[in-house]
Design a protein around this ligand. Structure first.
Ligand code: ADP
Ligand code: MG
Length: 344
């Protein structure tokens, strides 16, 4: 059974950035408004996420690292519309972290509790020890020596820590754009003595403009405008380059797409197609932008209930729409409205 469990874990947590992603999802599911991520420069020694969410209630604490234990789905019916409600719902992430790392500990405290607790977990997800600790309402999950159980993956991750750090930064940018009212901070810890304060979004963000400003920088965000459209039960918020945007300033910023504020990959299927039609449209209204590589683009699609299933990839970074064509139609409508064709 241990082997079977481990194979499952390696699919949920493929690299250090998937640990960060799962912990951010948990913090957001706990309604956090501030999420602080601390990570060792080698991405392995320490991955820690602190949130100011509602904390883990005392009765759930013994179970959080047990596989398939989730507080989010009460019955199978809930699975019908999981996407709009929760980012996580499989009950596998913390169990996999306990299994694959050298040590997993959680500080947590709920409203009304006089003190917080520090829980240390065994590899099998059982609580090894519980002690009193100091922590505000919310939760901190601390993963030490990630991939200890898988030496090959550990070595591979160590060899590519620069790449993983870049991926983690990009991931946090995607969340910051998808959740503009949440404050995210990334701190990379260089060595025991020297902690580099690479602070990503230090101040509370009041609105989406500010979020974009923080994420893509002033140069790029000044080239863009917000636009929105409601159609067929979908609401789309998009931050798009203006028709006369400066190509150099929007280049290489990439696409940020989210479904119900869940950042998704644009590598496959309909989500990839949305990026393609954006680029086509941009090129049509301004041929000078046709050669811009990887132009900036940000879109959050808020969907009607039960219109998609986010449970198709272990990473939950892709969704299956019931009616993908309708989504494309609505996106196309927004792009045509924002980028009206030049009258020739
Ligand atoms: P899932 O998110 O799929 O339910 P996880 O393994 O990620 O599974 O987490 C297990 C459970 O632990 C969650 O269902 C939730 O009850 C609790 N939990 C995890 N992280 C947090 C957090 N940051 N704040 C509050 N509760 C949490
Ligand atoms: Mg989760």
């Amino acid at each position: 059974p241990t082997t079977v469990r481990q194979i499952g874990s390696t699919q949920v947590l493929v690299d250090p950035s998937s640990v960060v992603k799962e912990l951010i999802d948990n913090a957001l599911d706990a309604r956090a408004t501030a999420i602080f991520i601390d990570i060792a420069a080698n991405t392995i020694d320490l991955i820690q996420v602190k949130d100011n969410g509602h904390g883990i209630p005392a009765e759930d604490r013994a179970l959080v690292c047990r596989r398939y234990c989730t507080s989010k789905l009460r019955d199978f019916n809930d699975l019908k519309d999981v996407g709009g409600k929760w980012l996580g719902f499989r009950g596998e992430a913390l169990a996999s972290m306990a299994e694959m790392s050298g040590a997993l500990s959680i500080f947590t405290r709920v409203e009304g509790e006089p003190v917080s607790v520090l829980l240390k977990f065994e590899r099998n997800g059982e609580v090894a020890s519980t002690e009193r600790a100091s922590h505000p309402v919310g939760t901190t999950v601390k993963v030490a020596d990630f991939f200890k159980a898988l030496p090959v993956r550990k070595q591979a991750a160590l060899n590519h820590s620069t790449k993983w750090l870049a991926k983690i930064k990009r991931l946090i940018q995607a969340y910051a754009l998808a959740r503009p009212t949440v404050r995210f901070r990334l701190q990379v810890i260089k060595a025991k003595t020297e902690s580099s304060n690479f602070i990503y979004a230090p101040k509370a963000i009041a609105n989406v403009e500010d979020a974009a400003f923080k994420v893509v920088g002033r140069d790029c965000s000044l080239q863009c405008d917000w636009t929105a459209l409601e159609s067929h039960g979908f609401t789309i918020h998009a931050f798009l380059p203006k028709t006369n945007a400066n190509g150099a300033k929007i280049a290489n910023r990439g696409s940020f797409l989210s479904i119900d504020a869940r950042p998704v990959s644009t590598a496959r299927g309909v989500l990839k197609k949305i990026v393609t039609i954006f680029k086509e449209r941009l090129r049509k209204v301004n041929p000078a932008l046709a050669s811009v590589k990887d132009p900036f683009f940000c879109m959050n699609i808020i969907c009607p209930p039960v219109s998609y299933d986010p449970n198709i990839e272990p990473a939950k970074d892709d969704v299956l729409f019931g009616n993908a064509e309708l989504v494309v139609t609505v996106v196309d409508k927004l792009l045509r409205t924002y980028y009206p064709e030049a009258v020739v």
